[in-house]
Design a protein around this ligand. Structure first.
Ligand code: ATP
Ligand code: MG
Length: 182
């Protein structure tokens, strides 16, 4: 499975609909300080629902909506992730999978919506879907700033837990524990 592109619309500093394509293999994003590189990574965490708002460097979800210098402040932010599933890692026969999340501000508060191939779904459904390809909140698919130093600082038990998580062992440990309890 591979990321084809991510589309940001009113997400953080991306006030215009911006498509970011990814090539095969290693991709690097470069740009001056404050140009929005980390905001692109935040967009991945936002659309996959794998981070808290604080981890996305915002006090609340509506802070993720673009705020322009000249007062521009649309009422929604949206991120779409397009994945190439031609190797069939994700549990669908479709070759391309699109995952979308939208946060919308209204008079009554704000709402968050998730979509899988344009069908409205819950966050749990997204998590179950992507976990088939080994993507999870604890999976270290996205290594955030500070994670590497944290791994070197923790004790051996915690470090072992992290390695088990990355190697995919802990999923079986959880299942084994569940089976023993039944
Ligand atoms: P560095 O090289 O310093 O890590 P970066 O390219 O990673 O920089 P980001 O952290 O992605 O930069 O972008 C920060 C910029 O995004 C700041 O200028 C901040 O004002 C802007 N920003 C964050 N949220 C919003 C928002 N809701 N509306 C408009 N701009 C925003
Ligand atoms: Mg940055």
């Amino acid at each position: 499975m591979k990321v084809e592109e991510v589309v940001l619309n009113n997400f953080k500093s991306f006030g215009r609909k911006t498509k970011i394509p990814f090539s095969d293999g290693f991709n690097a994003i470069s740009g001056p300080n404050g140009s929005g590189k980390s905001n692109i990574i935040d967009a991945f965490c936002f659309v996959l629902g794998t981070s808290t708002t604080k981890d996305l460097r915002a006090d609340n979800l509506t802070d993720l909506i673009f705020q322009g210098d000249n007062g521009e402040n649309p009422n929604f932010a949206e991120v779409t992730l397009k994945l190439d599933n031609s190797n069939g890692e994700l549990p669908t026969s479709e070759d391309t999978v699109s995952i979308k999340r939208k946060v919308k501000r209204t008079d009554k508060g704000y709402y968050s919506y998730y979509y899988l191939n344009d069908n409205s779904v819950t966050l749990t459904e997204i998590h179950e879907f992507i976990s088939e390809a080994g993507i999870s909140e604890e999976g270290y698919n996205i290594v955030m700033q500070g994670d590497v130093t944290r791994i070197t600082d923790v004790g051996s038990t915690e470090r072992r837990r992290i390695i088990d998580e990355i190697a995919g062992v802990s999923e079986f440990e959880k299942k084994k524990e569940k089976a023993f309890n039944e």
